[in-house]
Design a protein around this ligand. Structure first.
Ligand SMILES: Cc1cc2nc3c(=O)[nH]c(=O)nc-3n(C[C@H](O)[C@H](O)[C@H](O)COP(=O)(O)O)c2cc1C
Length: 202
């Protein structure tokens, strides 16, 4: 299935790309998508790393009214000159990008400029004017690892993304402390406030 930004953008709508990576918090993706789509004039595309696909069913995202794009869609056969390139089309489409959850691995890749999957190629190709929010989610000790602070500093100060969270609570692994993703409703609220979204009438 080809995705061409020009054909997929709808006038007057807010186009949200939700990126999910390999943290347990990816289980919240269907909730985030369906809540975002409960607002008027909103479109959502989900871009997922391979690891994050273990935490939710693609079908649940589709049921909510969105689509999940993966490396298999980017590399689905032979490319010819002029063919649409998925990570470029998705970045052309996006009015805002949410990386929720952002794993320690993807955070590190972003900070170092790596772009070896659909998630990081999209981020690396993004216009600096596209608002981009990073919601880290990881085990407390991963979060407290000295490199994490360094990666967050780079992402904030050099790349100029907004980093929100993590928050403290009992994590899925049983550890208690900082590392959990910002509550999914608060993530949605950031978008609602930024674009002044109004609830659709049901
Ligand atoms: C069950 C399970 C839960 C995991 N949870 C997290 C997590 O919350 N945060 C994190 O940074 N990594 C977590 N990991 C490790 C990542 O999935 C792993 O580093 C992976 O390579 C991340 O790839 P990605 O960044 O491309 O999604 C978890 C792994 C497993 C098996």
């Amino acid at each position: 299935m080809k995705f061409i930004a020009e054909q997929e953008r709808v006038d007057g709508h807010t186009h949200i790309v939700l990126i999910t990576t390999g943290s347990v918090a990816s289980i919240k993706a269907p909730l985030i998508v369906s809540e975002l789509l409960s607002y008027k004039k909103v479109k959502v595309q989900v871009v997922s790393s391979k690891a994050s696909l273990s935490f939710f069913a693609k079908a649940d995202i589709e049921k909510a009214g969105s689509r999940v794009w993966t490396d298999d869609d980017e590399w689905d056969g032979e490319y010819r000159i002029g063919d649409p390139i998925l990570h470029i089309e998705l970045r052309r489409w996006a009015d805002i990008v949410l990386v929720a959850p952002c794993s320690a691995n993807t955070l590190s890749k972003i900070a170092h400029g790596l772009c070896n999957n659909l998630v990081t190629s999209l981020l690396r190709a993004l216009a600096p004017t596209t608002p981009t929010f990073i919601f880290p989610a990881m085990n407390t000790l991963m979060y407290e690892h000295p490199l994490t602070a360094e990666h967050i500093r780079t992402v904030r100060e050099v790349i100029k993304y907004e980093v929100v969270g993590p928050i403290g609570k009992t994590l899925a692994c049983g550890d208690v402390g900082l590392g959990a993703m910002t509550e999914w409703r608060d993530i949605v609220q950031i978008v609602v406030d930024k674009f002044g979204l109004a609830k659709a009438v049901v």
